[in-house]
Design a protein around this ligand. Structure first.
Ligand SMILES: NC(=O)c1ccc[n+]([C@@H]2O[C@H](COP(=O)([O-])OP(=O)(O)OC[C@H]3O[C@@H](n4cnc5c(N)ncnc54)[C@H](O)[C@@H]3O)[C@@H](O)[C@H]2O)c1
Length: 381
């Protein structure tokens, strides 16, 4: 069992605290904001109570988990940590400063991890005296419920640390995948077309949000359609992730954000949480009806699916992760009904390439360029 310090007791930090404490580790939960720390304690205790009363965990487990967590108001209190997981605001300068302060109090062999979604681990490690011990450990929200964790070694990270961290993450009951330190890591990169191609289809007037959602859920087997999902995630979060991945990829048109979504974000129509996004959630609001034309729905599913497959294939082509980790990430991280590479095998790679080339030939946009992985695959049979 380890002593794990968690910096930041917000949505992610408190969720991660619950995960690692439940696995029997000692947790030092630290936040500069006393009120946030108090809220985290109250929420964690109430969550454990609820889990115990529903029979999901025993009373003894709830008590042990609660006892494993100490709430720490000063960074000096983190000296015993063997691993630090930082989950504070998504701001590079602030993170770099905090990593510097942590290094001053922990032992030389303490591993320092960031839960960042969009910053490079290399840029965080660069602020450290011992950058070899810095790594990304990226949980999904809510951490206690989401099975997947992405592990991201930076260029500075010492050889072998990613595998050690993978063992720790597995011992917390999570599925760990290892990915390169590139924008969006695996999930937030490969999933982009699920949103952007769906919006593009809607913007072109080919189909409504309701029809596209119906195609992806009814024919594709996805848990939520792209528009319902974006409304659920919130356009503030989802739009900003798209914009940051696009910027970080030097404005590669494949990741181009959509103006329709930007306008919703600007208008404050953030989705479910504000009562309005692509859909209207006001009580009694009329809900749009999907077009049941199967041929149209199939065309929609095919177009979004080949774009997703292209993204997964390209991630493999560029050695972002192994094929197995790519499949695990998309099926466990965002609950896709099948791994995208397996799906491509089923459809036939030649068929996928033909559809991508048709889109490319029609639009003459770089967005639709097929990955070299697919062309190689066809070339070698
Ligand atoms: N929310 C998500 O869906 C999600 C998912 C994966 C990763 N992340 C990443 O996790 C991190 C945290 O996100 P969140 O949603 O939990 O944020 P949050 O705003 O809910 O919590 C951040 C907490 O950090 C504390 N904090 C800020 N500066 C601090 C400092 N210098 N020292 C100590 N504590 C400090 C704040 O008081 C706050 O309690 C970000 O890097 C984010 O990109 C978020």
């Amino acid at each position: 069992m380890m002593t794990i310090a968690i910096i930041g007791s917000g949505a992610m930090g408190s969720g991660i605290a619950q995960v690692v404490a439940m696995a029997g580790n000692k947790v030092l939960l630290y936040d500069t904001n006393e009120a946030a720390l108090g809220r985290a304690e109250k929420n964690l205790l109430s969550t454990l109570d609820k889990l115990a009363s529903k029979g999901k965990i025993s009373n003894a487990q709830a008590t042990e988990c609660a006892q494993n967590i100490s709430y720490v108001g000063s960074i000096a209190g983190l000296a015993q940590a063997q691993l630090v997981i930082e989950a504070i605001v998504e701001d590079l300068a602030v993170k770099q400063e905090v990593f510097g302060n942590i290094e001053a109090v922990v032992a030389k062999d303490c591993v320092l991890a960031s839960n960042t979604s969009s910053l490079s681990i290399a840029s965080i490690a660069a602020a450290c005296e011992v950058p070899e011990r810095v790594i990304g450990i990226h949980f999904f929200n809510p951490a206690p419920l989401m099975a997947l964790v992405e592990i991201i070694p930076a260029v500075q990270t010492r050889e072998g640390l990613a595998d050690e961290v993978k063992d720790w993450v597995s011992s917390w009951g999570k599925l760990a995948v290892i990915t390169k330190d590139t924008p969006g890591f695996i999930v937030n990169r490969v999933a982009r077309p699920y949103y952007s191609e769906a919006i593009r289809i809607m913007e072109e007037g080919m189909a409504s949000c309701a029809t596209i959602d119906a195609a992806m859920v009814g024919l594709g087997g996805f848990r939520m359609g792209p528009f319902a999902l974006m409304d659920f995630i919130g356009h503030d979060v989802n739009y900003r992730v798209t914009e940051s991945v696009f910027t970080a990829f030097f404005f590669d048109p494949r990741y181009k954000p959509s103006l329709s979504q930007k306008r919703l974000y600007e208008a404050g129509y953030l989705g479910r949480k504000t009562g309005r996004g692509f859909y209207n959630y006001a009580e009694g609001a009329e809900q749009p009806i999907a077009d049941t034309d199967v041929a149209l729905q199939q065309k929609i599913l095919n177009r979004i699916l080949v774009m997703l497959i292209n993204e997964a294939a390209d991630a493999l082509f560029l050695n972002i992760a192994t094929a197995a980790d790519l499949e695990t990430a998309m099926t466990k991280g965002v609950n896709y009904p099948k791994g995208l590479l397996a799906w491509a095998e089923e459809l036939g790679w030649a068929n996928v390439l033909q559809q991508l080339d048709e889109l490319y030939n029609y639009y003459h946009e770089d967005r639709y360029r097929a990955s070299g992985y697919i062309r190689n695959k066809i070339a070698v049979g």
